[in-house]
Each structure stands twice: as structure tokens, then as C-alpha cells.
Design a protein around this ligand. Structure first.
Ligand code: ADP
Ligand code: MG
Length: 237
């Protein structure tokens, strides 16, 4: 089953009279259940690509099919519906709401889906348990460590049971040990069948995925399966 299919994707940013050609004809396909790293140095277009895949931005040229649906010229309301239904996001900077508890942060996407309060809280608690933070439900983000914040963000991304999890440098703000713990969690989610794309510029993190797509100056220079390195506690010494 093909989950993501992109064909000849191009994207430029206009700045005054200058144009920066960031994605220069990207082609790839992601099957359901894959765990793919998108690698490349800073400025290579990783976030631009992920934002297009996440329907946060649109390509100038090319086609994008998500779970068989052509994503094109969507108005903001439909785009938001698709994002909510199909996609879960995890960011380097966690993007939690500071004045809401861990539980309420996780429940947010369900609120936007119109899920009733009781069910919302029940589901949110389920996902907090899944990331090992049931005891921290009532805490605010600033009472949590970086790793715990990212776990809350992962629980929030999973709350609406999206088809694809998109993570942009999810370990970028974490120390190595915490990074590996977060990757262990993400691997476990993929083991259960979730399709996951992880943007990273770190080689060790990329090798914790099952396939590495290498971006350079807006083109894919390599796209290969890799033997997944498990991020268990033995990985980090
Ligand atoms: P990466 O995530 O790989 O570091 P990005 O996709 O964020 O790369 O950026 C690719 C290039 O596009 C960079 O040169 C960046 O400065 C530029 N860029 C990104 N977003 C914008 C924007 N909104 N407007 C103008 N230039 C941008
Ligand atoms: Mg980036």
C-alpha cells in the first residue's frame, strides 16, 4: 500500500526580485509501515519537503498523493481537515502550549476533531501512558524535561491516530541519551505499523530508521534501505 507518492516536486521561495530554488524535482514513494529518514545538511530543503508532505505548504510544481488522495489547491479548511485526519507532527522545539497541562496538550487535536470531552481525556490519557508519562498528566510543559516534553509532543501527534507521523529533527534539542530514548519510542510506534518520516542531519539517528533518503541542494542524491539500528539502552554507552 502506497502512503506517500511525490512526483517531480519543485519549490522556490521568492524574496523580492530574487528566487531561491529549494526543491529541484523530488521523486519518491513511501509505503505504509515504512520508517524513512530524510537526511541532508542544514539548508538542503528537508523542512521545506516535510512541510509540503505535511500540507503546511504547497509545491510550485509536481504532484503529491497522500493515501491515494491528490493534495492540490486545497482551501485552508480542507487542508486543516486533512492534516488533522492524516498527519501527526513532531518538531525539534516540541511546540507545546505552555499554559496547558501535558494531558490537555495531548487532547488538543481531538478537541479540533470535535471529540467529546470525556472521550478526549480518556484517549489523551491512553497516549500519555503509551509514552510513559501517565504520572505527569497534570504537569505544565515547563515542569518537564526536554525528553519528557518530546514524549508529550509524540503522544499529541498520535492522539488522532494519524496515517503518517512526520518528525522534523525530533532529537535536535536533546542530548544523545535522551535522543536515543526518544528514537526508541518512535521505533516502537513504527513496530506497531505506523508510517514515519524523520528529518535529521545526524547519521546515527538516520540509521535508526529503515531507509535513508539523502537530500543535497534540493535533489535526492541517494535513497537506500538500511539495516535498522535499534535505539535500546545498549546502543548508548
Ligand atoms: P533544512 O530544513 O534542510 O535546513 P529548509 O527547507 O529549512 O532546509 O531551507 C532550505 C532553504 O530555503 C534555505 O536556504 C532556507 O534559508 C530557505 N528557506 C526556507 N524557508 C524559507 C522561507 N519561508 N522564505 C525564504 N527562504 C526560505
Ligand atoms: Mg529544517
Amino acid at each position: 500500500m502506497t502512503m506517500i507518492k511525490i512526483k517531480d516536486l519543485h519549490k522556490s521561495y521568492q524574496m523580492g526580485s530574487n528566487s531561491l530554488h529549494v526543491l529541484k524535482g523530488i521523486n519518491f514513494e513511501v509505503k505504509e509501515g515504512e520508517m524513512v529518514a530524510i537526511m541532508g545538511s542544514s539548508g538542503s530543503g528537508k523542512s521545506t519537503l516535510l512541510n509540503i508532505l505535511g500540507i503546511l505548504d504547497e509545491a510550485d510544481e509536481g504532484e503529491y498523493h497522500l493515501d491515494g488522495t491528490l493534495i492540490k489547491n486545497l482551501n485552508e479548511k480542507i487542508a486543516a481537515q486533512y492534516r488533522n485526519k492524516f498527519l501527526g507532527f513532531v518538531f525539534q522545539s516540541f511546540n507545546l502550549i505552555g499554559y496547558k497541562s501535558a494531558l490537555d496538550n495531548v487532547a488538543m487535536p481531538l478537541y479540533y476533531q470535535g471529540v467529546k470531552r470525556n472521550l478526549r481525556m480518556e484517549k489523551a490519557m491512553h497516549y500519555l501512558e503509551k509514552v510513559g508519562l501517565a504520572d505527569w498528566a497534570t504537569h505544565l510543559p515547563n515542569e518537564l524535561s526536554g525528553g519528557q516534553k518530546q514524549r508529550v509532543a509524540i503522544a499529541r501527534a498520535l492522539a488522532s491516530d494519524p496515517k503518517v507521523l512526520l518528525a522534523d529533527e525530533p532529537t535536535g534539542a536533546l542530548d544523545t541519551k535522551t535522543s536515543y530514548e526518544v528514537m526508541e519510542l518512535i521505533q516502537g510506534i513504527n513496530d506497531e505499523g505506523k508510517t514515519i518520516l524523520v528529518v535529521t542531519h545526524e547519521d546515527d539517528i538516520a540509521h535508526m530508521c529503515k531507509r535513508i533518503v539523502n537530500l543535497k541542494d534540493g535533489v535526492i542524491i541517494d535513497d537506500s534501505p538500511v539495516k535498522q539500528v535499534r535505539a535500546n539502552s545498549a546502543t548508548y554507552v
